[in-house]
Write a protein that binds this ligand. Sequence first.
Ligand SMILES: Cc1cc2nc3c(=O)[nH]c(=O)nc-3n(C[C@H](O)[C@H](O)[C@H](O)COP(=O)(O)OP(=O)(O)OC[C@H]3O[C@@H](n4cnc5c(N)ncnc54)[C@H](O)[C@@H]3O)c2cc1C
Length: 210
Amino acid sequence: MLRQAVEAQGVCVELNARSAAIAGADAVTGLRLADGRVLPADIIVMACGVRPSSQLARAAGLAVDRGVVVDDGLATSDPDIFAIGECAEHRGTCYGIVAPAYEQARVLARRLAGEDARYEGSTVATNLKVSGVFVFSAGDIGPGGEDIVLADAGLGLYRRLVVRDGRLAGAVLYGDTADGPFYLDLITNRTPIADMRADLAFGPPVREAA
Ligand SMILES: Cc1cc2nc3c(=O)[nH]c(=O)nc-3n(C[C@H](O)[C@H](O)[C@H](O)COP(=O)(O)OP(=O)(O)OC[C@H]3O[C@@H](n4cnc5c(N)ncnc54)[C@H](O)[C@@H]3O)c2cc1C
């Protein structure tokens, strides 16, 4: 459904295509794929994630991997130095949006005030902001859970909820993403969903009206 909607806007989608080289001698002329095909191009835009600027931390002798490595107390390898935000790497993850940075800031503020607060990672929600195509994704949507799927191709609606150990672990919404924050709350708070499972796929408004 997403592919059809994006292609209807004139965007060509190549799935399972591994880029091998940029073609062109003096200027880019295309992108060569691993299967030998060349996609013609005047410009190539690469989305390659977050790369923290960590020279200062490295020069100071702090442990740096992808980012400045911090523990659950947001302390670096020097217990008197803390790191939060995009430069920090917590449990192997460098976050690239502001919400985790705010959560880290709250935890660190409480720790600096003497509380035993701990940061255990953030559940990241992604909203696709392509005009006319609404997609929301949050949590762990990989295989291995129990899927609750609601799909209506005619209306352009799809939602998949992933349940693990009686809790909502992840959610993908396509078409109507208004219930995204509701599902994100359930995921973040690890709310048991046994008593709401029967109509969970319909989101909060139907459940409250029932
Ligand atoms: C184009 C763009 C669009 C984005 N859109 C979104 C969005 O829609 N939603 C979202 O959630 N996030 C978005 N982000 C990501 C968001 O901006 C970052 O996650 C957030 O700014 C990270 O905050 P931070 O405080 O960790 O780092 P930064 O905001 O990068 O702040 C770090 C600061 O440290 C300063 N600094 C660096 N080195 C030194 C030094 N040696 N000495 C002193 N100061 C130094 C820098 O100048 C900078 O001011 C976007 C980012 C970009 C680039």
